[in-house]
Structures are given as C-alpha cells and as structure tokens.
Design a binder for this molecule. Structure first.
Ligand SMILES: *[C@@H]1O[C@H](CO)[C@@H](O)[C@H](O)[C@H]1NC(C)=O
Ligand SMILES: *[C@@H]1O[C@H](CO)[C@@H](O)[C@H](O)[C@H]1NC(C)=O
Ligand SMILES: *[C@@H]1O[C@H](CO)[C@@H](O)[C@H](O)[C@H]1NC(C)=O
Ligand SMILES: *[C@@H]1O[C@H](CO)[C@@H](O)[C@H](O)[C@H]1NC(C)=O
Ligand SMILES: *[C@@H]1O[C@H](CO)[C@@H](O)[C@H](O)[C@H]1NC(C)=O
Ligand SMILES: *[C@@H]1O[C@H](CO)[C@@H](O)[C@H](O)[C@H]1NC(C)=O
Ligand SMILES: *[C@@H]1O[C@H](CO)[C@@H](O)[C@H](O)[C@H]1NC(C)=O
Ligand SMILES: *[C@@H]1O[C@H](CO)[C@@H](O)[C@H](O)[C@H]1NC(C)=O
Ligand SMILES: *[C@@H]1O[C@H](CO)[C@@H](O)[C@H](O)[C@H]1NC(C)=O
Ligand SMILES: *[C@@H]1O[C@H](CO)[C@@H](O)[C@H](O)[C@H]1NC(C)=O
Ligand SMILES: *[C@@H]1O[C@H](CO)[C@@H](O)[C@H](O)[C@H]1NC(C)=O
Ligand SMILES: *[C@@H]1O[C@H](CO)[C@@H](O)[C@H](O)[C@H]1NC(C)=O
Length: 583
C-alpha cells in the first residue's frame, strides 16, 4: 500500500448515506454491493490474459489463497469510485487456472467515511483455531490493515463461504501499536510450532515485525527483521513463504519435486520498497533464508531484486500451496511513480493490471546463489493453434510475423533458445521487435552473447505516454550458464504489458507500455553468432481469457463487455487529438 499521507490527500469525495460503526459496511451509492462491477475488456490497451479490474483503480494484490475446491482467490486494493488511488476496498476475482478470471462482488468495504481497507492476506482456518467456524474446515480469515487518519491497525474478517463474503470481527483491531505507519500483514501457518505467523511492516522504521498467534486474534511480537537490503523511504507488503530449492545446479532442470532438495526449510522473505527504488519509485527485493517459527535468518548478507524493469511491486504468494511445490505469486504490474497517470485511465476507464501468475523456486548456483526463479504458469492451454504461428531453427534467424488478423487478442507467447554457445569469445546478438504498423511505434529487446552478456528492453519508441519517470530502457547482465552453454528467452506481450523471463526465470522483467497504434507485427533477428550455435524461435498466439473468441459482444459472469454508465472515463485528465495523455 502507499503511504497514508499520500492516500488521504487523494481520497475521493464520497457521500456517506449513513454513519456506521467500524464493523459494518459503509455503503456509498455509486459502489455496488453483492454484484460484480461490470467491465469493458475490449479496449486497445486492455490486457487479454492478465488480470485487470473491471474499471477504476487497482493496486496491490491481497488475500491470495487457494480454496478447498482448488479455486484461486485474488483480492486487490481497489478504489471503485475513481481512476486514482483512494477509498480503498478489497476487490475480488476467482480463477481455476490463474488466467481465466471471474470478477466477484467487492469482498471487504470500509466501515466508515475516511477508512481504507489496506493490504493484507487471507488463510484457511482448517482447524477452527479462530473459533469462527464451528462446523466447517473451509473457513477463511482475512487479515488486513485498517487505515484512518489517526492510525493503521491490523484487523480480521471471516468468511463461511470460501471467501466470497466476509464478516468483520467484533473485537477488531487485533493488533494496534498507535502508529500511522504499520501495515500490510501477511499470515502463514507454521506447523512445527502450531502457530500462525504474521509478517507486517513498520513502514518508516525499515522494520518487518514477525508476530505469532494461536488463533489469529491474539498476536505476540516474536522478532524484528530490521534495516536489511535497500531501504528506499518505506518498507511495505512483506511476504514470508516456504519455498523449494533446486538441487540440480543446472538451471535447465524442470520444476519437478525430484529436482528439489528435501528438508532444506528454505524460506523467502520479500519486502517491497516505495518510494526510493534504484530505478525510481517502487520495486520488490527478497531475502532467501531459514525460519524457525520466530526468527527469519537470511542465508547471506546480499540484497536481491526480483525484477530488472520498473513495473513489479507488492507481489504476494498464494496461501495453501504445499511447501514442497513451486510457490505461485502475482504482483502489481505498475510503479507508483506513474500508475495514477497512465493513459488507460482517461482512455479506457481503468488503471493497472497484475503480473502473470508465476511459479517460484530458488536456485543456488555459483554465479547465482539463492536466486528466485520466476516462470509463468503454463500458457499452452491458451495457444490459438496446435503448432506455433512461427517457428525457426536457423542460426541466422530473420523472422517477420504479421499477427494482425491471426491473433485477435494481440497477445503472444514467444521464446528464443540458443545452444552450443562457445565458452570463450562468444559473439553476436539476438533481438525481438514488436511493431505497430499504423504508427511505426516499436517495443524492442535483445541479448548480446559476448562481453558482459547484457539483455536489454527499450520501450522508448512507444509513444502513448510520456512522463519523466517512465524510464525508457532496462538491462540486466545475464551470464551464460557454463553447464548448458545455452541462452533462453521466454516472453509474453499483451497489448500494454511485456514480461520476459531469461534462462528459466533466473532473470525477469515486467514492463508496461502504451502504444497509440496496435502492435501487430513481430520481428526476431539474430546476427553474428559463432559457427555451430543452434537457435530455435517459437511464437504462439494466445486466446483472450476475457473476450470470447471472435465475439466482442460476449458476456461472461462478471465480465460485462458493454461500457456501463459509471465508466468514469475522462477523470478530469485531458487527452490530445491523438488520444495522447496530457500529463
Ligand atoms: C470451533 O470453535 C468454537 C469456539 O471455540 C467452538 O465452539 C466449536 O465447537 C469449534 N468447532 C469445532 C468443530 O471444533
Ligand atoms: C453446528 O452443528 C451443530 C450440530 O449439527 C448444530 O447444532 C449447530 O447449529 C451448527 N452450528 C452452526 C453455526 O451451523
Ligand atoms: C498515539 O500517538 C499519538 C501521536 O504520537 C499521541 O499523540 C497519542 O497520545 C498516542 N496515543 C496513545 C493512546 O498512546
Ligand atoms: C491442523 O491440525 C493438524 C492436526 O493437528 C495439524 O497437523 C495442522 O498443522 C493444522 N493446520 C492448521 C492450518 O491449523
Ligand atoms: C521492533 O520494531 C519496532 C518498530 O521499530 C519497535 O517499536 C519495537 O520496539 C521492536 N521490537 C523489538 C523487540 O526490538
Ligand atoms: C541436472 O539437470 C540436467 C538437465 O535436466 C541434467 O542433464 C543433469 O544430468 C542434472 N545433473 C544432476 C547432477 O542431476
Ligand atoms: C529461533 O531462533 C532464535 C535465534 O536463534 C532463537 O532465539 C529462538 O529460540 C528460536 N525459536 C524457536 C521456536 O526455535
Ligand atoms: C548454496 O550454495 C552455496 C555455494 O555453493 C553453498 O555453500 C550452500 O551450502 C548452498 N546452500 C544450500 C542450502 O544448499
Ligand atoms: C579468443 O580470442 C582471442 C583473441 O582473438 C584468441 O587469442 C583466442 O585464441 C580465442 N579463444 C578461443 C577459444 O577461440
Ligand atoms: C540488435 O540490436 C542492437 C542494438 O540496437 C544492434 O546493435 C544489433 O545489431 C541488433 N542485432 C540484430 C540481429 O538485429
Ligand atoms: C550466419 O551467416 C553468416 C553469413 O552468411 C555465416 O558466415 C555464419 O556462419 C552464419 N552463422 C551461423 C551460426 O550459422
Ligand atoms: C456472441 O455472444 C452473445 C452472448 O453470448 C450471443 O448471443 C451471440 O449469439 C454471439 N454471437 C456470435 C456471432 O457468436
């Protein structure tokens, strides 16, 4: 969550219909209850396989858990009354596969004017430790920050129906230290001590507090993780998650249990910082380590950043995935420096999308010790065709793909693998370019096989948004794996989002871009590679998970494709005659 001072300044003018106690729901006439908010998912900038809110402003993912039916629940920081942050609720969506989402009614509302339901998490209380669930093993408890001008406190709410509707606990708050900078509780179950464990941020002290509880109601301070890594100006959105580690030092190993080291008890502590990220604004850092129920001990003193571009923040890991399996995360694919200014607001009535769902494990190689691997959840069920739209095995690849009519979603999954790269004197480049033929705009990236082996991305030739903080170029050094002598690039482009994953997820980047024309052509080119290097390129079209194929008027539950009367287009921020945002 962002700082309360900023948020309070941004609070929309709302018209309370009644003054109520903090345990009830504060009903604003323009915010629907009990029904999903409709959204138009057809816009030119609307991601087609990523989650984005039906309308208005979304930020951090919250409360992520898997229920007893295998349904993934994603809640999110949501302002249903404006296209900037403020008036925070918990929006809600559900999915069986993490790509096809159904918008659900807002799950948690503020209790009074001036309250905000800030970030937090959710757990399934299978053993009725809370006492809320006399006759069920699928009771859900949400743990979130209640923000007011006076204080940030931690509250809980419980759900009898798998997380669709919540009742706020009568004796809230459950954790209060008289601070305005104490937020974003993330709770897990720690079986060895039969205890709930919360990580929560003392944001401006640069401290992550670890608390324990037998019942989710009474919390005891256990330890502090203080002043580690990058500080920025605030610590936010901590996550503590058990995570498997690959035994095989080769990053080419598949993410299956047989490749995970047993009983290492590795945990990941992720801390988001905002503002003050190295590239500006917000980013997430992580610490690999061990956890014994009260104290998190990092494996080394290094600071690691999860993504090498700018648009990945406040990531959360699903509660309820067995610790022996790859954990699954989703992050907010934006940056506080410009998230409230991007042109999807005035043009299409919504702001921000979530990252792809990512499977995460740790790798521990000599040159990449304790590194988080991020790999998208299997995209192949979304492929538009049984074989790739484009496939090349030429070492001197020069591929041009016009997908303007073959892929209505505009979303592609692409990969480039180079093998037999020599151990010395490697040379050459491999690049990809997406082009908007109507405007000449381009989004580019590429890899240098020699020298410091940098991989780069350039969004500077996409012209729909201009802002001093909307950095053009990103790069990362990506050493060629000495065991496999291979380079692997995997990427997804989705209208206004690009995500790339290098070498099986050893490096990843999330990049927003806002074209004025439709990206419709892809070029992949290699040049100057050493003799004997083998290259394989594949490009797949992806079906929209929001709009039924070939039927732009189709309507599915909670996904009303007609623009509704509360679309909040415009938002008081003008656009010029080219549709360009006048920030
Ligand atoms: C759940 O907890 C409540 C309160 O402690 C208790 O009344 C109830 O019997 C419990 N139910 C079960 C099945 O343990
Ligand atoms: C729980 O089950 C008992 C026994 O069937 C029943 O008497 C009680 O009303 C149930 N409680 C709730 C909250 O459903
Ligand atoms: C809470 O903190 C504020 C600001 O520091 C202080 O004025 C107030 O007395 C504190 N309240 C309590 C109950 O300690
Ligand atoms: C539930 O109880 C079982 C049996 O005591 C225990 O093994 C397990 O860790 C508990 N899990 C949770 C989430 O309470
Ligand atoms: C933990 O950090 C908080 C925030 O700085 C501080 O108030 C508290 O005293 C610390 N607790 C311990 C035991 O160090
Ligand atoms: C590691 O995995 C690679 C690729 O699957 C395999 O070729 C290699 O033999 C494995 N090494 C060990 C030590 O298991
Ligand atoms: C965890 O480790 C800390 C520091 O070594 C120690 O003080 C604490 O007692 C341990 N807690 C448990 C539950 O083992
Ligand atoms: C990770 O790799 C380092 C360096 O090779 C090694 O010292 C360490 O034991 C490894 N960690 C684990 C948990 O295997
Ligand atoms: C790499 O290039 C250097 C300088 O041209 C040359 O001396 C060396 O033999 C080359 N190494 C290999 C393995 O080709
Ligand atoms: C890739 O892009 C770089 C930077 O613009 C350029 O120097 C290189 O020639 C390009 N390579 C190919 C194969 O297009
Ligand atoms: C690419 O083409 C050039 C020029 O035709 C050739 O010299 C080079 O060997 C080729 N590279 C590979 C890796 O086949
Ligand atoms: C499009 O979807 C609507 C609503 O489901 C349906 O009524 C209509 O027949 C569909 N049109 C086509 C061309 O499939």
């Amino acid at each position: 969550m962002l700082s309360s001072a900023l948020l309070l300044a941004l609070f929309a003018t709302v018209c309370p219909t009644e003054a109520q106690s903090s345990t009830s729901t504060y009903v604003e006439p323009e915010v629907p209850t009990g029904t999903p908010i409709p959204g138009d998912y057809t816009g030119a900038l609307r991601p087609q396989i990523h989650y984005s809110p039906p309308r208005d402003f979304m930020n951090d993912p919250n409360g992520m858990f898997v229920d007893a039916h295998g349904t993934y629940h994603l809640y999110y920081q949501y302002n249903p009354t404006d296209i900037v942050a403020g008036n925070q609720h918990w929006g809600h969506a559900t999915s069986k596969d993490l790509y096809h989402w159904t918008n659900q009614p807002i799950a948690i509302y503020p209790g009074a004017e001036g309250e905000g339901i800030f970030s937090g998490s959710a757990v399934v209380d299978v053993n009725n430790t809370s006492g809320f669930f006399p006759n069920q093993t699928n009771g859900v408890v949400a743990i979130y920050t209640l923000n007011t001008a006076q204080e940030e406190t931690q509250e809980i709410a419980y759900s009898f129906d798998d997380g669709y509707t919540f009742t706020k606990y009568a004796n809230n708050p459950v954790l209060s230290i008289n601070s305005t900078q104490f937020r974003d509780p993330k709770v897990i179950w720690y079986g060895e001590t039969s205890s709930w464990v919360m990580v929560v941020s003392y944001a401006q002290d640069f401290v992550i507090g670890i608390y324990t509880s037998p019942d989710l109601k009474s919390w005891t301070h256990a330890s502090n993780f203080s002043h580690h890594g990058l500080l920025g100006l605030q610590y936010e959105c901590p996550n503590l998650v058990p995570i498997p580690m690959l035994t095989n030092s080769s990053l080419a190993s598949p993410l299956t249990a047989s490749n995970f080291a047993p009983d290492l008890n590795m945990y990941l502590l992720a801390i988001s910082i905002n503002p003050g990220a190295p590239l500006g604004g917000s980013i997430t850092q992580y610490f690999p380590g061990t956890f014994n129920g009260t104290v998190f001990t990092p494996s080394d003193s290094a600071t690691r950043i999860a993504d090498f571009a700018k648009d990945n923040y406040a990531g959360q890991w699903f509660y309820g995935i067995p610790s022996s399996e790859p954990q699954i995360s989703i992050a907010w694919a934006s940056n506080w420096q410009y998230s409230q200014l991007v042109p999807t607001g005035p043009l299409e009535g919504f702001r921000s999308a979530m990252s792809l769902p990512r499977r995460n494990v740790l790798a521990n190689t000599t040159r990449a010790p304790y590194t988080l691997l991020s790999i998208p959840v299997d995209l192949s069920p979304l492929y538009t065709t049984p074989s790739p739209l484009a496939h090349s095995t030429s070492a001197n690849t020069s591929l041009l793909l016009d997908y303007s009519t073959t892929v209505p979603s505009g979303a592609l999954h692409f990969s480039l693998t180079a093998r037999n790269i020599p151990a010395a004197n490697a040379s050459g480049t491999a690049n990809f370019t997406f082009l908007a033929s109507s405007t000449g705009e381009s989004l580019r990236g590429g890899f240098y096989f020699g020298g410091d082996t940098p991989f780069w991305i350039d969004r500077g030739h996409v012209t729909g948004f201009d802002n001093p903080f909307f950095t053009d170029k990103f790069s990362v050094t990506n050493l060629i794996d000495p065991d496999t002598r291979a380079f692997r690039l995997e990427g997804v482009i989705d209208r206004s989002l690009l995500e790339v994953f290098l070498d099986g997820g050893l490096r990843s980047a999330t990049v927003e871009f806002f074209p004025q024309g439709k990206m419709d052509t892809m070029r992949v080119a290699t040049a100057g590679l050493n003799p004997g290097v083998e290259v394989e390129v594949e490009v797949w079209g992806l079906e929209s998970t929001w709009v039924a194929k070939g039927n732009a008027t189709a309507t599915t539950a909670g996904q009303n494709l007609r623009r509704d009367s509360l679309g909040h287009l415009g938002g008081g921020r003008g656009i010029d005659t080219l549709g360009r945002y006048l920030g």
